[in-house]
Design a protein around this ligand. Structure first.
Ligand SMILES: Nc1nc2c(ncn2[C@@H]2O[C@H](COP(=O)(O)OP(=O)(O)OP(=O)(O)O)[C@@H](O)[C@H]2O)c(=O)[nH]1
Length: 691
């Protein structure tokens, strides 16, 4: 089957908003008007909590699916879920990676709120074109112009109104369309499906003329011909004006602002028109960069069906009907179900089995997918978020998403056997969905350990375990994941000898242990010549060495950055065994760690604080008091961006401190950067606590 829509008729976009601005309601209305959802659900009705998963089940539609396809004016819209918890780089990154544009929903009575500020700045960082929808115009206190001001004041955006409200608060009836210079007035039917196009009401004529001029002046800036025509008194016609606004959005020259009330069903259809008219298609966004998997040379893949096939897995989810599904964005070429592809990130072959297109309330099996498509694949063997899947003959690795190792951990203990079972199932699902979340078992205590990227990250996982999976458990305090490393080269000669009645045990090993480059990991090499340690005993040596790595001699943390060589040894014809060599190697390495001047390493986080200028001094002072090193300070829009390296151990509870320090207006993101030696005084404290 050929592609149903030309690639220029695709809009892959996300809807971003502060909590409660109306993202869910707006999405639902979009799905209703595009004809895919048959009833309009009311969010939060009959439910005191904001448990979106439960709500979603009640409503039986997939609005929190990672992507939903719908159609408007013969265009194909893929709405990509932009996660609410923007504290996690990975969550934001993976959706910003695959969307081409965004709609930013504001609460008309609140304007830009803290979370909007955060997502807006993230979108700035990733250069995402966007339009603004000021929602809740029916609400008491709603004010379009105040919202517009807040876009300037709080995020240094460049808002330009494309509409003006007709009526206010409870009397909000529709909008003046400043592009067509017409009024759109909704009929008061419950569904808002119908609106009438009329002349602009007389009482709004002056205001409309004023804002029309602002719009036209901002638009003609983008084109010399349009500008000179305008200076000669000729306004651009409607088609030209739309074209110029489209250019403005793509170049981030300004941010068009629309308004309405999703809840009262007004203003959503023009929003859909704006998505089609102004947000970019994959073609507008151009080629994606990657590296050739064979030569490692940088290459590009153009958004075209004629290019070699490539796609990026951006979300793995558990689907109640299909099981585990992998959401992928196709960047180039096409793929058919049944074809063989390769996961170039992991060098693993895969077969495309079932491919699905997710709609609001149904899923459609498809046989082919083309450049620009967002598809859900069922039954892939070994794909993780961020992997590239592609043509095995032309393997490419698309720009990677980085997933740093977890640096913080908590122990979790289920209260009953039933909880234990639920916990196991829930954790395997959570770990598959989020590559920055890991689960392990503590060998000594048998406890389940959850590892993640920060306090908040783990808090939310625990919350999901409790609320969604109903696991009742005790949770320990968060701990820093320290590591240990030796600081000098040492040689140890160790002989294990035991004579108990019959056959004895004998093994002698001589090892060299030395520190390596940070991040090089652990390596072992046997330098044995002439069979002084027979080959069959070498695995025993390796096993013995590895058994020590999990818990170092300082405070029992994993040992890293270590290279061990076996340089000599001896055996006994009768008494030697793999086990004897294992015991000898273990003791030898323990001794080496003792003698090697082991030091404690701690995770250092790269912290980015975005704060209104007024709080810069206190934010920096506070970071310094946390053993932080300020790396730099910059302006982004009208906010100050402070970059610092801070030990994770001193970042617990930071979210609250920052909130109270800035009246909730500063935000931060934190990401693991590297491990660094713990200063002596601090190390002594840590050792006293853990050893
Ligand atoms: N008055 C009014 N209320 C609205 C409007 N849109 C949404 N709401 C209400 O605002 C509340 C939040 O709406 P949601 O659509 O759930 O907002 P959200 O941004 O998805 O919120 P979270 O899912 O909690 O992040 C609900 O009670 C809605 O009914 C609107 O246009 N006018």
């Amino acid at each position: 089957m050929p592609r149903s829509h030309a690639i220029e008729k695709y809009r892959n976009f996300g809807i971003m908003a502060h909590i409660d601005a109306g993202k869910t309601t707006t999405t639902e209305r979009i799905l209703y008007y595009t004809g895919k959802s048959h009833k309009i659900g009311e969010t939060h009705e009959g439910s005191a909590t904001m448990d979106w998963m439960a709500q979603e089940q009640e409503r039986g539609i997939t609005i929190t699916s990672a992507a939903t396809t719908c159609f408007w004016r013969e265009n194909r819209l893929n709405i990509i879920d932009t996660p609410g918890h923007v504290d996690f780089t990975i969550e934001v990154e993976r959706s910003l990676r695959v969307l081409d544009g965004a709609v930013c929903v504001l609460d008309g009575s609140q304007g830009v709120e803290p979370q909007t500020e955060t997502v807006w700045r993230q979108a700035d960082k990733y250069d995402v074109p966007r339009i603004v929808f000021v929602n809740k115009m029916d609400k008491v206190g709603a004010d379009l112009f105040r919202c517009v001001d807040s876009i300037v004041d709080r995020v240094a955006g460049k808002p330009v109104c494309l509409q003006l409200p007709i009526g206010s608060e409870g009397g909000f009836k529709g909008v003046v369309d400043l592009v067509a210079m017409k009024a759109l007035v909704w009929e008061d039917d419950a569904l808002g499906a119908k609106f009438n196009i009329t002349d602009i009401p007389a009482d709004l004529a002056d205001k409309a003329a004023e804002y029309r001029t602002k719009l036209v002046e901002a638009a003609v800036e983008l084109d010399d011909d349009a500008m000179s025509a305008y200076l000669e008194g000729q306004e651009p016609n409607e088609a030209t004006l739309r074209k110029l606004i489209r250019v403005a959005v793509q170049q981030r020259a300004f941010h068009p602002v629309l308004c309405g009330t999703a809840f009262k069903n007004k203003g959503v259809q023009p929003l859909l028109d704006a998505v089609v008219d102004y947000l970019p298609s994959p073609l507008d966004r151009g080629a994606i960069k990657g590296i050739d998997a064979n030569t490692e040379e940088p290459i590009e893949r153009k958004p075209s069906d004629d290019e070699p096939f490539s796609m990026l897995a951006f979300k793995i989810m558990d689907d109640p009907f299909v099981g585990t599904i992998t959401f992928c964005r196709v960047y180039s070429g096409k793929v058919e179900s049944g074809s063989s592809i390769v996961n170039s990130t992991r060098e693993k072959k895969e077969r495309v089995g079932r491919m699905l297109l997710m709609h609001a309330n149904n899923r459609e099996d498809i046989k082919e997918a083309y450049a620009g498509d967002i598809v859900a694949l069922a039954g892939l063997k070994e794909v993780r978020t961020g992997d590239t899947l592609c043509d095995p003959l032309k393997p490419v690795i698309l720009e990677k998403m980085e997933f740093p190792a977890p640096v913080i951990e908590i122990a979790i203990e289920p209260k009953s056997k039933a909880d234990q079972e639920k916990l196991g199932i829930a954790l395997s699902k959570l770990a598959a969905e989020d590559p920055s979340f890991q689960v392990s078992t503590d060998q000594e205590s048998g406890q389940t350990i959850l590892k993640g990227m920060g306090e908040l990250h783990l808090d939310i996982k625990v919350d999901i375990l409790r609320r969604t999976y109903k696991v009742d458990a005790n949770v320990g305090a968060p701990q820093v994941a320290y590591r240990e490393r030796i600081s000098k080269r040492v040689e140890v000669d160790y002989t294990h000898k035991k004579q108990t009645g019959g056959s004895g045990q004998f093994a002698r090993v001589k090892i060299v242990a030395e520190p390596t480059e940070p991040g090089a990991g652990y390596s072992f090499e046997s330098k044995i010549v002439g069979g002084v340690v027979p080959k069959e005993y070498i695995p025993g040596v390796e096993k013995g060495l590895e058994s020590v790595l999990g818990a170092g001699v300082l405070a029992g943390f994993p040992v890293v950055d270590l290279r061990v060589e076996l340089i000599d040894g001896a055996y006994h014809e009768v008494d030697s065994s793999a086990l004897a060599f294992e015991i000898a190697a273990r003791a030898a390495l323990r001794e080496a760690l003792q003698k090697g001047g082991a030091v404690l390493l701690e995770p250092i986080m790269k912290v980015e604080v975005v704060t209104p200028e007024d709080y810069t001094g206190s934010v920096i002072g506070d970071l310094n008091s946390r053993r932080g090193q300020i790396q730099g300070q910059d302006m982004r829009g009208n906010a100050v961006v402070i970059n610092a390296m801070v030990p994770l151990a001193n970042m617990f509870g930071y979210v609250n401190t920052l909130r109270s320090m800035s009246q909730g207006r500063a935000t931060y993101t934190m990401q693991f950067d590297h491990y660094e030696q713990v200063p002596q005084a601090v190390a002594a404290e840590v050792q006293a606590k853990y050893a």
